[in-house]
Write a protein that binds this ligand. Structure first.
Ligand code: AMP
Length: 289
């Protein structure tokens, strides 16, 4: 008999029970489909990290609010399956809503404080719904690694928090944002944009780009703010928020903040809600000897 006196010890013992050894590893890429090069970069990263790649395609009704785009969200399943095939995916999970949410379901995940700010404030319940499906999918797929995009930074922070708080046995790996040639972050929702809206949408990536070279939180915020303020004169562009936050808590940083920070921005362009972000690191003042 063995006694595990820590979670880490139990994890090692539990792993040793899985035959054969070493067990093939599984990487999981959860998506809502309408796959673009951003999703594909996650799949390629999964392919490079694990023996088996599982992708899920599920437009999760729980993470859409009333009046959001659940019904019109693009669902080009054949194209998505072809992209998965081309990129060496081993298994694609395409569950139905009834399969994931049978009648009588009651228990769900609450994202806590992190689920109430920024995206959580703009889209009440969105991050709770996202975490609920994510936990279900992680339990169903049982991957070693889950690959998530930095594009949805608050979603990523919530998932990391859930994995830590609920002892979910998975390694979360973040993949960088993939952008169009002109900076626009790839999103399944970009296909809603008319040509003039697409031009307006460039203010989001221009804002984060403007912050990139700045060496203090205040300068970074103001450089980005300058861009979105000018964009506001465009009737197609409505700013949701612009903030400089701690990457894990989404608490806003102070002007004297040193270390990593995340510039997050959201806007509605025409009728389409878009987000973007940039990771920054502030060094703080040089100290004299
Ligand atoms: P979605 O289908 O929008 O739920 O996104 C599925 C996954 O792809 C999430 O982990 C996203 O963060 C990620 N993703 C979406 N757009 C991009 C992008 N432009 N670059 C990198 N990852 C992305």
């Amino acid at each position: 008999m063995k006694v595990a006196s820590s979670i880490a010890e139990l994890a090692d013992l539990r792993d040793a029970l899985d035959a054969p050894s070493p067990r093939p590893t599984v990487a999981f890429v959860p998506t809502m489909g309408a796959l673009h090069d951003g999703h594909v970069s996650l799949i390629d990263l999964a392919r490079s990290l694990a023996d088996t790649v599982i992708v899920s395609i599920f437009v999760n009704p729980l993470q859409f609010g009333p009046g959001e785009d659940y019904a019109r969200y693009p669902r080009p399943l054949e194209d998505d399956l072809e992209a998965c095939r081309r990129h060496g995916v081993d298994v694609v999970l395409v569950p139905t809503v009834a399969d994931l949410y049978p009648a009588g379901r009651q228990v769900s995940v609450n994202a806590g404080q992190l689920g109430t700010v920024f995206e959580g404030a703009a889209r009440p319940g969105h991050l709770d719904g996202m975490l609920t499906v994510m936990l279900k999918l992680l339990n169903i797929v049982r991957p070693d690694i889950a690959i998530l995009g930095q594009k949805d930074a608050q979603q990523l922070a919530c998932i990391r928090r859930m994995v830590a708080d609920l002892n979910v046995v998975v390694d979360v790996v973040a993949a960088p944002i993939v952008r169009e040639f002109d900076g626009l972050a790839l999103s399944s929702r970009n296909r809603y944009l008319t040509p003039p809206e697409r031009t307006s949408a460039l203010a989001l990536s221009a804002a984060v780009r403007a912050a990139r070279e700045q060496d203090t939180p205040e300068k970074a915020y103001l450089a980005a703010y300058d861009v979105v303020e000018r964009a506001q004169s465009d009737p197609l562009f409505a700013l949701g928020y612009l903030a400089l936050v701690q990457p894990h808590t989404f608490v806003e940083v102070t002007d004297d903040h040193v270390g990593p920070a995340l510039l997050v921005v959201a806007a509605t362009v025409g009728t389409t809600r878009l987000i973007d972000n940039l990771e920054l690191t502030f060094k703080g003042p040089e100290l004299d000897d």
